[in-house]
Design a protein around this ligand. Structure first.
Ligand code: PBG
Length: 324
């Protein structure tokens, strides 16, 4: 398999994100991108986080960058009229998500690390992360679609495509497709160790990606599975050519994060997911207590071995200088 260690060194911003020694430089801010103009819609259950159209997103990211936040993870929210059984809109180069990548890179170039979510669930009419055949979420045909999505994001200029679907073999398929297309500097962040967690509720609302029937238990990891399964998934993705390995959720799986960080050689990321964010926001009524709690949470991730922390708290922590 093609492992290209240079990908994580390609730009100064990537090096800072992965190898910098400050808390601030390791943070990634997630964004929900919607179609339209001048849209800045607060998300239920996630105070401070909005769905934004590309024009508003550009302003927000520019302000965040000025406060030292130089990595974003973009989720494309697809309107129901564009959803179908094959998630076609997810790889349509004319989509607002693709435009967001192009425009962010046009303005900020290598100063910004742009990560994009690669999954089917926001663009399928049934809300599943893969194609559905006779009630089953099929694997290999779904991987073909994931490859198309990943390639389209890479062609728009994404630094990292982030496979969040949990299909088997998708990292090697994406890596092989990138090699064939000459996309030798685009990285793959793999959601390697992703549990079928009950902490994703607010996100599914924000991304309009809840499954219409069934659940995600046939592909996301069983919450009762042990360290062996976590290490198996992480090692597989590493062998298949992932450049960053992610553990998700964060707080309920700090032990798994430590185990994975000790078991792999590539950089490790953690996703401080929407339900964890909502818990902190609901548990604090004043800013001073929120600051203490957020700093404590972020510190725990670093201690457990995360090089990169994806968190909805990133913006407030950066803008209010809670972290340096
Ligand atoms: C898409 C995806 C999900 C999240 C990130 N990518 C939802 C899911 O798997 O159902 C959750 C992120 C969060 O809760 O903040 N597959």
């Amino acid at each position: 398999m093609n492992i290209r260690p240079r990908i994580n060194r390609w730009t100064a911003a990537r090096r800072e994100l992965l190898f910098g020694d400050s808390m601030l430089s390791s943070l990634v801010q997630p964004h929900f991108v919607v179609a339209g103009e001048n849209v800045d819609q607060p998300i239920e259950g996630m105070p401070g986080i909005h769905q934004q159209s590309v024009d508003v997103l550009l302003q927000t990211v520019a302000e965040d960058l000025a406060h030292g936040l130089s990595a974003v993870m973009l989720f494309g929210v697809v309107a129901s009229e564009h959803k179908d059984a094959h998630a076609s809109h997810a790889h349509a180069p004319s989509s607002h998500l693709h435009r967001a990548v192009l425009e962010l890179k046009a303005v900020h170039g290598d100063d910004l690390v742009v990560m994009t979510d690669v999954c089917l669930c926001t663009a399928t009419d049934h809300g599943h992360c893969g194609l559905v055949h006779e009630g089953d979420i099929v694997n290999d045909a779904s991987v073909d679609v994931l490859v198309n999505i990943a390639r389209s994001h890479a062609e728009a200029g994404a630094d990292y495509v982030c496979a969040s679907d949990m299909m088997d073999g998708r990292v090697s398929a994406i890596r092989t497709a990138f090699e064939a297309a000459g996309l030798t500097s685009t990285g793959i962040l793999s959601y390697s160790v992703k549990y079928a967690s009950s902490f994703y509720g607010p996100f599914r609302h924000a991304a309009q990606s809840s499954p219409e029937f069934g659940d995600r238990a046939t592909h996301q990891m069983d919450i009762r599975s042990g360290y062996e399964e976590a290490v198996l998934e992480a090692n597989l993705d590493e062998t298949e050519g992932a450049d960053i390995l992610m553990v998700k959720p964060g707080l309920p799986y700090l032990d798994v994060l430590r185990k994975v960080a000790d078991s792999v050689v590539r950089p490790v990321a953690v996703y401080n997911v929407s339900g964890e964010y909502a818990m902190v926001m609901n548990a604090t009524s004043d800013e001073a207590s929120r600051e203490r709690m957020v700093v404590e949470v972020l510190t725990a991730f670093k201690r457990a071995g995360a090089d990169v922390v994806v968190s909805y708290h990133a913006r407030e922590a950066a803008r209010k200088r809670w972290v340096k």
